[in-house]
Structures are given as structure tokens and as C-alpha cells.
Ligand binder design. Structure first.
Ligand code: AMP
Ligand code: MG
Length: 292
């Protein structure tokens, strides 16, 4: 289920076995943005490889998916809590590829992926959280957002769709909204797929040159690319303003597809492990029952 990009840099030699579980967990933990830590995006790696070759990352993700599958079934059986994974990124950082590769093979009944485009129709007639709240997960489910309410402090800010006073107060709305979700049983976790500007150029070119991929490219993508510094600032502020203990942001290096997918898999897995969903107690009196 690899993402067939030619650009999956394999940064050097990675002989031998996978980094041990603890080292990997530490490396993934470092991607988290601690509340009040004043993230500087430019200082975060876009090309981290976690000491793994591409093959090792693929193998680890396969293992992780199997574990997520077990935990997802327990979450569903428990039917009390839910998980919301928010995926945000610049164009071509790999939102779709990440979602496809991390969730492949899971029970579709327990997963819902929602993509948020520019709001239209009734969406545009309501507050910006209206459409998002409706797509939040039911108890027992995992919901994944491909873009999200964060667009309303990102593209909306950069393109000046609303005045600063309007987008600025949204950070507090978002913190409170996510706190509400957490209080009511939905664990929120957010990933920013951090791609370099050079890697985006390579991927855009690949989209343009490959007839199978050209549909993904819009001329407007170049307008957004021209606003790269503005988008990075908007991301940096949004992440700093809304990374909380209960709804943390993770900045995931995204220049390598295989390591990016592996890392997002780890983050989802760790979130589920922490929840530790429990299979409900069976009905009393079933011991020794024979089905005839
Ligand atoms: P894509 O994800 O590449 O299919 O593109 C979706 C487009 O919708 C992106 O250009 C987003 O910036 C845009 N979009 C998503 N949410 C909003 C929003 N709330 N306001 C304005 N544009 C949005
Ligand atoms: Mg796009």
C-alpha cells in the first residue's frame, strides 16, 4: 500500500533491525507541540527519517495498522468514547496519501473520513464550526478530518477573507470547541504534515507531468505556493494557539511518504493505547451455554 512517489528519499544506510519501541516512541513524542512552547516551524524538520529505511517504515506501519485495528474494534465494542484525528497541511504534503495508507484495512464501519473544501450552500450560511461539528465521531468511532475548522484561521487569514479581528478570536473558539469534545468523550489529536517548499515543487511538477495525477493540480495551487511564508506563519500561530494537553498538535516531517505515514500511524496508535478501550462485560449467565 505504498504511496508510489519517486521522491521517497531514503536518507542513507539503515542496516539491521527497527529502532526499539521506546526510542521510536520518544522520537514521535518529540513531534508534539507542548502548550506554551512557542513552536518555530522553520526549526522543525521536514525530512526526519526516525532512523528507519523506507522498508522499515513500511513494515512498522503494517504492524501498527494491525494494532490500530484491534484497538478500533475495542473502541467500537466499548461504545463510550471516540477519536478525532485532524490532518492539515500545505498542498501536496500528502493528506490524502497519509489517510489512505494509515487507515487501509481497518473496518470501514468504525471510521469516517470527512474532507472540507471551501464552504458553499448551507455551510456558508452558518458559523464555521457548524459543518465541522456534524462530522465529529459517534461514540465508538474514529473520525478523520482532511482539512478542518483550522482552514478558518489559515486560508481565511492568508487570503484575507475576513478581517483580522474575526479570525483572531477564533483561536479561543477552537480551543473551547475542542475542550467540549474532549469533555464529552472525543479525544482530539491533530497532525500537521510538514513538507519543504522544494519538495512541494517536486510533487507539483510530478502532478503536472503525470496524466494520472494532473487532476490533482489546480492553477490556484501556485497562488497558494506564492504565499508560502504567509501560510507558514498562519500555521505556526494556529498550532501555538491551539496545542493543548488534551488536543495536541504534532508536526510530522512529510518529505518522505513512508516515514510520514509511519509517524501518523504511531500517533493514532498511541492515542488509542492511552484510551485503552475495554470490551464490555458479557451478560451474566452465559457460562456453559451450548448453542443447539
Ligand atoms: P483540496 O483539499 O486540495 O481538495 O482543496 C480544498 C480547498 O478548499 C483548499 O484550497 C482549501 O484551502 C479550501 N478550503 C477548505 N476550507 C475552507 C474554508 N473554511 N474557507 C475557505 N477555503 C477553504
Ligand atoms: Mg489541492
Amino acid at each position: 500500500m505504498a504511496d508510489h512517489h519517486t521522491d521517497d528519499n531514503d536518507g542513507g544506510d539503515h542496516e539491521g533491525s527497527l529502532p526499539d519501541e521506546r526510542a521510536l516512541r520518544t522520537a514521535i513524542g518529540r513531534l508534539r507541540v507542548k502548550p506554551g512552547s512557542d513552536l518555530v516551524l522553520a526549526k522543525r524538520a521536514t525530512d526526519g527519517d526516525f532512523g528507519m529505511s523506507k522498508e522499515q517504515a513500511l513494515a512498522r506501519l503494517t504492524e501498527t495498522r494491525a494494532r490500530i485495528d484491534v484497538l478500533q474494534q475495542r473502541l467500537y465494542a466499548e461504545s463510550r468514547r471516540s477519536v478525532l484525528l485532524v490532518v492539515q497541511a500545505m498542498d501536496a504534503a500528502g493528506k490524502d496519501g497519509t489517510i489512505r495508507n494509515v487507515l487501509t484495512g481497518l473496518n470501514p464501519a468504525g471510521i469516517r473520513v470527512s474532507s472540507f473544501k471551501a464552504p458553499g450552500g448551507p455551510e456558508a450560511q452558518h458559523d464555521y464550526l457548524w459543518r465541522v461539528h456534524q462530522q465529529c465521531p459517534s461514540r465508538g468511532d474514529i473520525a478523520v478530518f482532511n482539512r478542518s475548522h483550522y482552514e478558518d484561521v489559515l486560508v481565511v487569514r492568508v487570503k484575507q477573507f475576513v478581517p483580522e479581528a474575526v479570525w483572531r478570536r477564533r483561536y479561543a473558539h477552537i480551543r473551547h470547541f475542542e475542550q467540549l469534545l474532549g469533555d464529552e468523550g472525543t479525544t482530539v489529536v491533530k497532525v500537521f504534515l510538514h513538507v519543504s517548499k522544494d519538495e512541494q515543487a517536486r510533487r507539483f511538477q510530478e502532478r503536472l507531468d503525470d496524466p494520472e495525477k494532473r487532476w490533482k493540480f489546480r492553477a490556484g495551487d501556485l497562488d497558494d505556493r506564492a504565499l508560502w511564508p504567509e501560510f507558514q506563519s498562519a500555521y505556526q500561530d494556529a498550532i501555538n494557539e491551539t496545542s493543548t494537553d488534551d488536543a495536541p498538535w504534532y508536526v510530522v516531517p512529510a518529505d518522505s511518504n513512508s516515514r510520514r505515514n509511519m509517524a501518523v500511524g504511531e500517533i493514532l496508535r498511541a492515542t488509542l493505547e492511552r484510551l485503552d478501550p475495554q470490551i464490555p462485560e458479557p451478560e451474566a449467565g452465559l457460562d456453559g451455554v451450548k448453542v443447539v
